[in-house]
Design a protein around this ligand. Structure first.
Ligand SMILES: [Zn+2]
Length: 352
């Protein structure tokens, strides 16, 4: 059953349309508040005594392919409460309709914020132009920054970790609110005193998630002795993953021999893998020379002199740490299962 839509239902709630006109593809809507009274922002008492009125111009969401400008008739009222220091005040529509001194309605501000978050300044400004919501790139960034500033909330569970201002050069510490998933503070360094100083200003923190190094642990113990310290999941997974890859890397030769994939068939490799395999063969030649010399009792210094290889490389080869076919760490884990299958013509080798 068809239902009638009033014009006022197309503009933000609480306002009613007085008139509208289209000028140069822009829809100008004159609107005013529906209530006969307004509350004084100082004392909160309602007043019906009007003083004057003025027009606020705010942008609203587009309508039928046209930009919309809201001409909001705003009334001024007198406050008759003798103890109130405010004598005249302007009515307010609420932040969800139009915030005080805002240039856009609340619902448009929300879309502008999301556009800024999704696309950034310039791309979002171009897209907003196409959506008939002209906003500048600076405005988009300003809205994103303003909304990122959260009201002060009580911290309960925080995570603390290193933060690279410039990798390998300058590090600070980052503190995140793990309940709200927000950055709370960037500290200028990783000193125990700095971190402890900041933590002691927040005695409400009950749980601190941190890496397994001692620095942040000591700072927490010093500033918040009653807080629970937990190892964060990322560091646990990172450490476990590094230990696993290290163990696999050291045992690659034995693993390949055990699963019957010591010989790689180059015909079954992709071009990229073939290049890596050729490199591996070249490395194996060097490995054979160096391990042969080491087996004959030639000292490392002498091997370096004879082969022209670096001391570090020679030590690595003597320790048996350079035997993998595919050198990239990401491929290393896959090598264990993928390489034998490819090399054995798609069939998994029998377990021995
Ligand atoms: Zn008042």
């Amino acid at each position: 059953m068809p239902s009638a839509i009033s014009l006022s239902s197309l503009i933000p709630a609480g306002l009613s349309v007085e008139r509208f006109e289209v000028v140069d593809r822009v829809l100008f809507v004159t609107a005013s508040a529906r209530t006969p009274e307004a509350a004084c922002p100082s004392c909160g008492r309602p007043s019906r005594r009007r003083h004057s009125r003025y027009v606020r111009k705010v942008s609203d969401l587009p309508s039928a392919g046209r930009s919309v400008r809201l001409l909001l008739i705003t009334r001024r009222f007198r406050c008759d409460i003798t103890s109130c220091r405010r004598k005249i005040f302007a009515e307010r529509s609420g932040d969800e309709v139009v915030a005080q001194r805002a240039r856009r309605t609340g619902r448009m501000e929300c879309i502008v914020h999301h556009l800024g978050l999704a696309l950034g300044g310039r791309p979002a400004a171009c897209f907003a132009q196409r959506l008939m919501m002209p906003v500048s790139n600076d405005t988009l960034l300003r809205v994103v920054r303003r909304r990122a500033r959260s009201p002060r909330e009580t911290l309960n569970v925080v995570g603390i970790d290193d933060f690279a201002f410039r990798r390998n050069h300058r590090y600070g510490s980052i503190v995140c609110d793990l309940e709200r998933r927000r950055i709370v503070k960037l500290l200028p360094d990783r000193e125990i005193a700095t971190v402890a100083g900041w933590l002691s200003d927040h005695p409400e923190i009950t749980v601190v998630s941190r890496d397994r190094g001692g620095g942040y642990g000591e700072a927490t113990a010093r500033a918040l002795p009653n807080a629970v310290q937990v190892a964060d999941r990322w560091h646990l997974m990172e450490n476990a993953s590094a230990a696993f890859l290290d163990a696999v890397k050291k045992s690659m030769k034995s693993i390949r021999a055990a699963i019957g994939a010591a010989i790689v068939d180059p015909k079954l490799l992709t071009s990229a893998e073939r290049l890596q395999y050729e490199g591996y063969l070249r490395r194996e030649e060097t490995n054979a020379i160096i391990t042969g010399l080491a087996a004959d009792g030639v000292p490392v210094k002498e091997i370096v002199r004879r082969t022209g290889r670096s001391r570090g490389l020679v030590r690595q080869i003597v320790r048996g740490e350079r035997t993998d076919v595919f050198r990239s760490p990401a491929r290393l884990a896959r090598c264990v299962s993928a390489l034998p299958r490819r090399a054995m013509g798609g069939r998994l080798p029998q377990r021995r």
